[in-house]
Design a protein around this ligand. Structure first.
Ligand code: NAD
Length: 287
């Protein structure tokens, strides 16, 4: 079990599965707080790119949040979760927003390490939909770390109807080590934050599509008039347009809310490979 006093990277190890935007951000956060990480993805090429991003994120985190207070954790990478699972205090699954892909990953890790707390990091999929895939549903709960995880201080924690006390307590302790404030909510499609944020971003994209205003002007109005830290379309680029569309589709399917039906502009951007920051082009261009 992870304890706040520990740190130092020895004896505190988590397994993070999925080395994309969120997997690398969560890894950066953990390393900065002295928690060692085994980061898993499907290929060495993805893991090499993730290592490069993590090095850059560690520098960025230092600029934004100041020097780390503990010795950094140790980073390992692997193309299979199984060899490292025995030594992990917790597993964080951060693969693509696809319930069947997540269910496969969760089934594998839970069969290998019953009793280890398993966290699914999802934007929209109800935790209980994934609980049938795991050996002990009480080991599973959800988090919705925001991006960039090494900067945002609050984490939405989703308690599924079958999530157990021991797993909830272990994850509360892990978040304390990571210096994050948990807000625990009940299980529902999109929970609180995506239920509110994603339809708004979808509407902002519709506004651009309809020609009412440019992306720059939509964002300037939301920041300048309403005090949002970044506008919805810059946020969309940060999230990743592909991930945004996946999460909107989950919301639309599960709630029937037409505001969540991914709009044509977003679908076209996904088809054209304009996935936001991670591909260098979205509503804005990036170097
Ligand atoms: P991403 O597309 O950037 O990365 C997903 C990674 O998962 C990829 O590197 C992919 O190769 C890997 N992957 C796919 N199948 C795998 C498997 N079977 N085993 C191991 N790795 C596998 O996605 P992301 O933006 O990092 O999102 C990850 C999760 O976090 C999603 O569920 C998403 O909804 C959620 N989330 C995303 C954000 C955000 O801002 N992007 C915020 C909060 C939550």
């Amino acid at each position: 079990m992870v304890t706040p006093e520990g740190g130092g990277g020895v004896g505190h190890r988590i397994l993070v599965i999925g080395a994309g935007v969120m997997g690398t951000g969560i890894t950066t956060l953990a390393l900065r707080h002295g928690v060692s990480v085994t980061l898993v993805d499907t290929s060495e090429a993805i893991l090499a790119a993730a290592r490069t991003r993590i090095a850059a994120e560690l520098r960025m985190a230092q600029l934004v949040a100041g020097p780390a207070e503990t010795d950094p954790g140790v980073l390992d990478t692997a193309t299979s979760a199984l060899p490292a699972i025995g030594g992990a205090d917790a597993v964080i699954e951060a693969v693509v927003e696809d319930a069947s892909v997540k269910a496969d990953v969760l089934a594998t890790v839970s069969a290998a390490a019953p009793g280890t707390p398993i966290i699914t990091n999802t934007s929209s999929i109800p935790v209980d939909e994934l609980a049938d895939a795991v050996k002990r549903p009480e080991d599973l709960l959800g988090t919705h770390f925001m991006n960039p995880s090494y900067v945002i201080p609050t984490v939405e924690v989703i308690r599924g109807p079958r999530s157990g006390e021991a797993a909830m307590a272990a994850v509360a302790e892990l978040l304390a080590v990571l210096g994050r404030k948990p807000i625990v909510v009940k299980d529902a499609p999109g929970f609180v934050t995506s239920r509110l944020l994603h339809p708004m971003i979808n509407d902002a994209a519709r506004i651009v599509r309809e020609g009412t205003a440019s992306a720059e002007d939509v964002d300037a109005l939301m920041t300048g008039c309403l005090g949002h830290p970044t506008g919805p379309l810059r946020t969309a680029d940060l999230i990743g347009i592909d991930n945004l569309v996946d999460a909107l589709s989950v919301l639309h399917k599960r709630t029937g809310d037409e505001r969540s039906r991914p709009c044509d502009l977003l679908l076209g951007m996904v088809r054209d490979g304009h996935h936001g920051r991670k591909t260098g082009r979205g509503f804005y261009d990036y170097e």
